[in-house]
Design a protein around this ligand. Structure first.
Ligand code: GLN
Length: 550
């Protein structure tokens, strides 16, 4: 039977509960356990798909086509876990399930209430992920004290009551702030936050204390005494240079031993060499590259979380540090691409929705193509690379995606009326009028790679699966002309209908893909396209340097 660890957060938000949960996952995998993770989010939206990336950060897409919280990305990157829809639930989705049952008459006339109906539903969805695993890690979104998270806390309180303390433990992430004026660490906020948890019946077993300044045994003892937690279970979590160091820091603090002891598990000695090697590479890069990320949501870096991490992973694979320059596409519209892109070694145009900044992205792509700077276009970035090529190489003035110009003479990217959906095994129909969410191509789709392509060279295999999240597709009516002019189509769906990858042949490295490779990149297994892109950027930088020195 699986054991459960519930992770809550207190004092303030943004302490990195997702990374803490993912790091516990990494530690437990290092001790030989099979681990799965789940995130419970207190907001009412049924899924994060409709939340603005400006507010909520990236939407992480799973193989089964779920639009989930970005923390699931951390879970995948830190462990061998692969997320599915059932690994992320919001309050909205839970109420939705309960209300559907009520309408169906499943409650046989009962008054439907938060306790027991909502809490039972929560317990059911928590248990639904446990099969086949040793440990289930469940992260509760929000901060202790929020009204919204109360039903989740009540449900997890009951789980310890139902299953016993050797099967359920609670880890609470808090902050121990350092007051610069008096040069003191303060434990009071942690005490208050734990008191609040205890008021609803949850006594944490482990405290993960975020701190700017490392602290010693005295502070630990004080926190332990006031919070009714064992001193050894007060884990100091100081700020670190890279997030991938967190599992190692936890291990040094004995967190894995504490968990194993409290859950009464048998285990092997820890194996963390791969993490040490990875952190070593991150901290001691042999070279560096600068990559411009030309996007729309550059103000909130969390909007491009997986993308940023995938670039870092590409750097790890090449023993190089990656310096990401965040460029707002609208600034390129106003001032031209030169001043933003003149000194970078690679240009990346990521996914996105809506017209804002699209012309700026197209100028960036033109600049990268003409100046022979390695270019990587992802989803919208690939679509705009096609538009740019049509306009400026094939001479089709005004070519566009119908997302941005419904009346263009050259609708090179458009809504495909009918197509075969390989993931669902059905034919899909869509039109400009069809409902927003329902018509997206979401989740993992197969793609076959053309021989002689950069893509095949990078992946080293013919057939791949990558995750999608988009509505528009390449318009096959333009295939002949574009390939005749030098943009090769190097990735296609198995029926040959959906264009998945394009490459400019006469260029050091120019690749656009309709899918989001960043979702599948992991630090211990960097994605081949990111590895290839960073390698190309390094090559181009070093060639330029060599030229300027000679
Ligand atoms: N807006 C484009 C589409 O819907 C691209 C989406 C994306 O980049 N994820 O097809």
């Amino acid at each position: 039977m699986a054991k459960f660890i519930f992770i809550t957060g207190g004092v303030v938000s943004a302490l990195g509960k997702g990374i803490a949960s993912a790091s516990i996952g990494a530690l437990l995998e290092g001790r030989g356990f099979k681990v799965t993770l789940q995130k419970l989010d207190p907001y009412i939206n049924v899924d994060p798909g409709t939340l603005s990336p400006f507010q909520h950060g990236e939407v992480f897409v799973t193989d089964d086509g779920a639009e989930t919280d970005l923390d699931l990305g951390h879970y995948e990157r830190f462990t061998s876990f692969t997320a599915l829809q059932k690994n992320n639930f919001t309050t909205g989705r839970i109420y939705y399930n309960v209300l559907n049952k009520e309408r169906r008459g499943d409650y046989l006339g009962d008054t439907v209430q938060v306790i027991p109906h909502i809490t039972d539903e929560i317990k059911k969805i928590i248990r639904s992920v446990a099969d086949g695993y040793d440990v289930v890690l469940v992260e509760i979104g929000g901060t202790i004290g929020d009204i919204e998270s109360l039903p989740f806390l009540e449900a997890i309180r009951q789980m310890r009551y139902d299953m016993g303390p050797e099967n359920v433990i609670y880890a609470h992430l808090t902050l121990v702030p350092y007051i610069h004026a008096s040069e003191e660490l303060k434990t009071k906020p942690t005490q208050h936050s734990v008191r609040e948890l205890r008021a609803i019946g949850i006594q944490p077993d482990i405290l993960l204390c975020r701190t700017e300044i490392p602290f010693g045994a005295d502070t630990k003892k004080k926190i332990a005494l006031h919070c009714n937690v064992e001193t050894d279970a007060v884990i100091m979590a100081p700020d670190v240079e890279t997030i991938y160091e967190v599992p190692l820091v936890y291990q040094k603090e004995g967190l894995d031993d504490q968990i194993i002891k409290k859950l009464r598990m048998e285990t092997r000695k820890p194996l963390m060499d791969d993490w040490r090697e990875l952190v070593n590479r991150l901290k001691n890069p042999q070279d560096s590259v600068s990559i411009a990320l030309v996007g729309k949501y550059v103000g909130l870096k969390d909007s491009y979380k997986s993308l940023y991490e995938a670039l870092v992973h590409g750097g790890i694979a090449n023993h190089a540090g990656v310096d990401v320059q965040w460029v707002d596409a609208e600034d390129i519209e106003k001032n031209g691409p030169e001043r933003f892109l003149m000194e970078v070694d690679g240009v990346l145009v990521p996914g996105g929705f809506g017209n804002r900044g699209s012309e700026g992205k197209i100028s960036a792509i033109k600049y990268a193509r003409e100046k022979r700077i390695p270019f990587f276009g992802i989803c919208l970035g690939m679509q705009l690379a096609v538009v740019e090529f049509m306009r400026n190489v094939c001479g089709m003035k005004g070519a566009n995606s119908t997302e941005f110009d419904a009346d263009t003479d050259y609708p090179v990217i458009y809504l495909m009326g009918r197509w075969y959906d390989f993931r669902k095994g059905t034919v899909q129909e869509r039109s400009a009028g069809s409902d927003k969410g329902g018509t997206m191509r979401l989740g993992a789709y197969p793609c076959n790679l053309a021989s002689g392509s950069i893509a095949l060279e990078m992946y080293g295999k013919n057939s791949i699966f990558e995750r999608h999240r988009h509505r528009f597709e390449f318009n096959n009516a333009f295939r002949k002309i574009i390939t005749a002019k030098g943009l090769s189509i190097s990735g296609l769906s198995p029926d040959g209908e959906l264009v998945e990858i394009v490459e400019v042949l006469d260029h050091p490295w120019f690749l656009g893909c309709q899918f989001h490779p960043e979702f599948k990149s992991r630090p211990r297994n960097p994605h081949p396209l990111f590895e290839g892109f960073i390698k190309a950027a390094l090559r181009s930088k070093n060639a330029l340097l060599a030229r300027s020195e000679s």
